[in-house]
Design a protein around this ligand. Sequence first.
Ligand code: ADP
Ligand code: MG
Length: 268
Amino acid sequence: AQQVPLPARTRIMTVVNQKGGVGKTTSAVNLAAALAQGGARVLVLDLDPQGNASTALGIDHHADVMSTYDVLIDGEPLASAIATSPQDDRLQVVPSTIHLAGADLELAGMERREHRLREALDRFLTETSVPPHYVFIDCPPSLGLLTINAFTAATEVLLPIQCEYYALEGVTQLLDTIDRIKAHLNPTLDLSTVLLTMFDGRTLLSRQVVDEVKAHFPTQTLEAIIPRSVRVSEAPGYGQTVIAYDPNSPGALSYREAAAEIARRGAA
Ligand code: ADP
Ligand code: MG
């Protein structure tokens, strides 16, 4: 596989959009897999109680496994919850479990409630002898405390936008939230990357959304656009990313292009 340029420091990318079903999880796992295939060490943190990222990466996430819940709520070391994806030994995962469903409420009553993920990740990155080049955080579809923990821990925000009606709906609220995070919790957080997903070239609507999003986010929007493709949606059913499941499909090719673009930008 084509090697990607590696960043000098760990890039921590939180994949956020408070709308569900826009391709957050699909993008997080496929970009992670593509970067790992390109030679990067990648760690995926699953912060969605649904655990779809864990599933797609072939990681067990029944209620008893060590998970992001143990790290966030019980203060367990992140290293103790890391599993390696059977797809690629450069691809590691801290899964989520169903316990995470109550974490937003539990966090509300805790000390340093917005900082818990950042503190756990900082400690891990300082202590490990082989730090990942990339950390991808897959967020739930809300702007609650789990997502706020991800914003606080991250260096960059990656915003997937689905090529559908109301594509930019909710984006103003998201940008306001990012501004508040920068003012109070994480001054250097950068909305660096916008990725268009589920593009259907046959429809005028899809092409209009591309133009609208590029006008709104001229420097952030990646040239690579992810097409709507059955193979992409089938892959998780086999516990795989589309990168592993059907490496030559259009979805896999586009995710590899998007990953290469992300890597090039970060090296610049
Ligand atoms: P989110 O994490 O934002 O809720 P998902 O990544 O889970 O969104 O995607 C929502 C649904 O759309 C899933 O069933 C997924 O398999 C499907 N999907 C995502 N991207 C594509 C694509 N490019 N082509 C076809 N289906 C897709
Ligand atoms: Mg998801």
